[in-house]
Ligand binder design. Structure first.
Ligand SMILES: Nc1ncnc2c1ncn2[C@@H]1O[C@H](COP(=O)(O)OP(=O)(O)OP(=O)(O)O)[C@@H](O)[C@H]1O
Ligand SMILES: [Mg+2]
Length: 246
């Protein structure tokens, strides 16, 4: 499989605080990569460095061999990399359909085309029945669906999800997992930040673990759950013991 996104030695500092230190990994075509690690490990900061919200202190981000470090967020989105936000940003006054259309307008030539993209994406994300509901009155899970749908409407090649399963119940988590797998089947690559290991482990092709800004491990899920440093820094014995039993 071909590499499509390369993160090379990214370092990001806030004053004297080093939020990302020399982080490198790659995302291939048609792959789900998860980024895990304790609170404050630097996951969202790395998302911001990749998507142009922060300019890294040093290091390089390349998309299909092109250096995109320091591109503006809209430029990153236009070339095919879209992210969701840890704190959902549903437009409260707009309906679900209009929210999704705001993403579609990135490439659509007019309202009609944006509407037809929105229809297709709402169907895929189980939002069609709620298309006329305004963003402000949606439940958490539907707000998260809208957040994902709006990102998908920009027609990304790489979708980056920042904790989109937090606060959801088991069935809703399963829905998002299935959606991730469907998107992969459709040819997308995903970079997923998540704390819910039961959701991450079954869907990930590769897992990158951050701790205190540094990458401490990378590998397939079965290696990650048995990695002593990852258990010590993040997973704890609880998840380890549980996965050993099953
Ligand atoms: N804009 C900022 N200014 C100053 N410090 C920041 C800023 N954003 C993040 N940090 C700090 O950088 C470190 C990494 O934070 P980040 O939000 O990237 O962690 P995270 O892995 O996403 O955590 P969580 O799992 O809680 O979302 C933390 O110490 C945080 O306080
Ligand atoms: Mg975060």
């Amino acid at each position: 499989m071909k590499q499509i996104l390369n993160i090379d030695n990214i370092t990001m500092k806030f004053g004297s605080l080093i939020a990302n230190e020399d982080v490198s990994f790659a995302i291939h075509e048609n792959e789900i990569v998860s980024l895990i690690g304790p609170n404050g490990a630097g996951k969202t900061t790395l998302f911001n460095c990749i998507t142009g919200f922060y300019k890294p202190y040093s290091g390089k981000v390349s998309y299909r061999d092109k250096d995109i470090t320091g591109y503006a967020p809209y430029e990153i989105c236009r070339i095919g990399i879209t992210r969701t936000f840890q704190i959902v940003q549903t437009l409260k006054e707009m309906t679900v359909e209009e929210n999704v259309m705001t993403g579609a307008f990135l490439h659509a030539k007019g309202r009609k085309e944006a509407q037809s993209i929105a229809e297709e994406i709402m169907e895929m994300t189980d939002l069609t029945k709620k298309r006329h509901v305004v963003g402000g009155s949606l439940t958490i899970v539907d707000k998260k669906r809208v957040e994902i749908a709006r990102a998908l409407a920009t027609r990304p090649q790489i979708l980056m999800l920042d904790e989109c399963m937090a606060g959801l119940n088991q069935t809703e988590i399963k829905d998002v997992m299935n959606l991730c797998l469907r998107l992969k089947e459709n040819g997308l690559s995903l970079l997923v930040v998540e704390h819910i290991m039961e959701a991450i482990m079954p869907i990930s092709d590769n897992i990158v673990v951050l701790n205190a800004g540094r990458k401490i491990a990378e590998g397939i899920p079965s290696d990650i759950v048995n990695n002593d440093e990852v258990i010590k820094a993040y997973l704890g014995d609880k998840y380890h013991a549980k996965s050993q039993k099953s």
